[in-house]
Design a protein around this ligand. Structure first.
Ligand SMILES: Nc1ncnc2c1ncn2[C@@H]1O[C@H](COP(=O)(O)OP(=O)(O)O)[C@@H](O)[C@H]1O
Ligand SMILES: [Mg+2]
Length: 162
């Protein structure tokens, strides 16, 4: 599924829609370069999970945990340059527990990922500076969850959202 957003708030709302339906133990890998909207999307995800307060990019700490309807673990692998550094973060514990795990720079998560994850790729769009192309690719169990997400997105688009 591919969605074009035309503002940060639209990307955030897309995150809310996913946050409304994501379940404990589910993993989201967010792909795409700096400034494409990954953190903005996670802020919406946190809102959908009813996390209080702001989610900032965890670039320096690499990992932040938030209490919400379910625990949200927000990871940023930007500063990891080797697979060993990724392994050393100890993310496997986070993945084993009933957390929702969202990983920025998810393309580096190879050493830790399971078979079941939703890949969300963020790209600039030619249209203008505020447009992003966001593509959802489900793997494993996520393939069955896509209809629910698709319905939520279509519903929102129908109300003039996208
Ligand atoms: N459609 C859009 N979606 C998300 N961010 C956008 C959009 N248009 C402009 N922006 C801007 O792009 C930047 C995205 O930053 P951020 O979410 O931190 O990206 P990343 O985490 O991928 O580096 C923000 O400054 C935001 O205001
Ligand atoms: Mg970020």
């Amino acid at each position: 599924m591919a969605v074009r957003t035309r503002s940060p708030s639209e990307t955030r709302t897309l995150g809310v829609l996913l946050g409304n339906l994501v379940l404990p133990g589910e993993v989201l890998l967010l792909l795409g370069g700096l400034g494409t909207g990954k953190t903005t999307f996670v802020q919406g995800l946190a809102q959908g999970l009813e996390v209080e307060g702001q989610c900032r990019s965890p670039s320096f700490t690499m990992m932040n945990a938030h209490e919400g309807r379910y625990p949200l673990v927000h990871v940023d692998l930007y500063r990891c340059s080797t697979p060993q550094e990724v392994v050393d973060l100890g993310l496997d514990q986070m993945l084993d527990a009933p957390n929702v795990v969202a990983v920025e720079w998810g393309e580096k998560a190879g050493p830790i990922v399971t078979d079941d994850y939703l890949e969300v790729e963020f790209e600039w769009d030619d249209a203008d500076d505020d447009t992003r192309l966001i593509q959802f690719r489900p793997f494993g169990r996520w393939q069955e969850r896509m209809r629910e997400l698709g319905d939520a997105v279509r519903d929102w688009a129908g109300k003039g959202g996208v």
